[in-house]
Design a protein around this ligand. Structure first.
Ligand SMILES: Cc1cc2nc3c(=O)[nH]c(=O)nc-3n(C[C@H](O)[C@H](O)[C@H](O)COP(=O)(O)OP(=O)(O)OC[C@H]3O[C@@H](n4cnc5c(N)ncnc54)[C@H](O)[C@@H]3O)c2cc1C
Length: 386
């Protein structure tokens, strides 16, 4: 069983235990879902990576050191997917807001449409009668995590068999996943539904589920049609917002999106978990985020703050005239910190929104499909000295 303790030490231990299997074994076996008792064929590192208790660059470096560029190729590519989705969304932040709007409309529709509400309740409680799907719904609530293939099958059945709004499925995942990540989640749901790669959907098939679950699930009645849901037009990419330099002195603010900065000076940590939805956050997702923040804040002796006013006050208390943080990623934390610039400037403080060097190297290649960034991996490995 995976030990999901939300600390950096536990994440590093998970990495070390998985490393011997990160080479060809991962390449050949990663698509099998052996169930919650056996995650040995995948890294299960996503909750630590999503909050950056462990950084992608550490994981890539360790895999390359253990298996070399050829042996680790598939695993490294998968790790880069997270950066690809984040970089893509950073250049189209409107897609996050389109998702939030679609979710609001779908939640309102649930109040009016009793049949749809009954179908949605059956789906999230795992009572649809569809083998596998019901088990994954219950597994997600019970464990706060699902295998990638189960996520793909679940999203596909949600959209094409149950014909429920994709935004409500994305909301169910985001609320319950310990690795809940606005970019990976929103864009993966869009990808399954045919909204990310134009016209290309992912249709879950019974024989594929039977094969990759070792016969545990053999669902009948899955749709063999995949009509693409209606959605707002995908905006063209906009240039990445300029990143500010890391100041010599500042109050550093850590958020649950990126707990990796370890500055020498004063630090504050934005309390969490941040609401990811108008609906309640799942117990495992909430506990992991809270624990991750406690771990990072404890190591850096950070003050705890919960609003933009308290951030400004913490900077004053620390005698700093600059607040620095990683630019919040499109998603719930950025929405929560919307008023920070005005509050800082109103108090006569400078605000530096910085960018992690790994993100700065990866994101410019994430304007279209994954292939463009995949091609760059050998060069990125050199440039970042991984
Ligand atoms: C519908 C759907 C929703 C998803 N929602 C999320 C989410 O909210 N948060 C999240 O972290 N991942 C999400 N994913 C991506 C993926 O399922 C998980 O990152 C992966 O299953 C985590 O398991 P692992 O750590 O064992 O991955 P491994 O296979 O061991 O891969 C190592 C690391 O690479 C990264 N990675 C691997 N595959 C992907 C991928 N397809 N997309 C993005 N990063 C990837 C992750 O950081 C992962 O920890 C979603 C996928 C789908 C299909």
């Amino acid at each position: 069983m995976t030990d999901w303790t939300p600390t950096r030490d536990a994440g590093l231990a998970q990495l070390e235990a998985f490393l011997p299997r990160a080479g060809r074994q991962y390449r050949d076996r990663r698509n099998h879902d052996f169930g919650p008792e056996d995650r040995s064929n995948v890294s299960a590192l996503s909750p630590w990576l999503a909050h950056r208790l462990v950084h992608e660059r550490e994981v890539i470096s360790a895999a390359l050191a253990e298996h070399g560029p050829e042996g680790a190729e598939k695993f490294v590519q998968e790790v880069v997917w997270r950066g690809y989705f984040r970089g893509w969304l950073e250049q189209r932040p409107g897609v996050w807001h389109q998702y939030v709007d679609a979710r609001e409309r779908a939640l309102m529709a649930l109040d009016k449409d009793k049949a749809m509400r009954a179908d949605w309740e059956a789906a999230v409680e795992g009572r649809t009668g569809i083998e596998g799907f019901d088990d994954w719904a219950q597994e997600l609530a019970a464990h706060g995590w699902l295998h990638n293939h189960a996520r793909m099958w679940f999203a596909s059945i949600w959209i094409f068999t149950l014909r429920l709004p994709w935004s409500l499925g994305a909301d169910f995942f985001l609320r319950h996943l310990m690795d809940g990540d606005a970019a990976s989640n929103t864009l993966s749901w869009r990808w399954v539904g045919g909204l990310h790669t134009k016209g290309k959907t992912y249709l879950a098939r019974r024989d594929n589920i039977r094969k990759y679950t070792g016969g545990r699930f053999d669902p009948e009645g899955l749709s063999d049609e995949d009509p693409i849901p209606e959605a707002a037009e995908t905006p063209d990419p906009t240039p990445l917002p300029q990143a500010d330099a890391e100041p010599a002195e500042a109050l550093w603010l850590l958020t649950e999106d990126d707990l990796s900065p370890a500055p020498e000076g004063p630090v504050a940590a934005l309390d969490g978990p941040t609401a990811r939805s108008p609906l309640e956050l799942g117990a495992h997702a909430a506990a992991f985020t809270r624990g991750a923040l406690d771990d990072a804040a404890g190591r850096l002796d950070a003050a705890r703050v919960s609003s933009v006013e308290e951030i400004v006050q913490a900077a004053r208390d620390a005698g700093q005239d600059t607040i620095a943080l990683r630019r919040p990623l499109a998603g719930p934390v950025a929405d929560r910190l919307e008023g920070l610039r005005a509050a800082a400037e109103g108090a006569g403080l400078a605000l530096h929104l910085t960018r992690d060097p790994y993100d700065a190297a990866v994101w410019p290649h994430c304007r279209k499909g994954f292939f463009a960034v995949k091609k760059q991996i050998p060069r990125l490995v050199d440039e970042l000295e991984l």
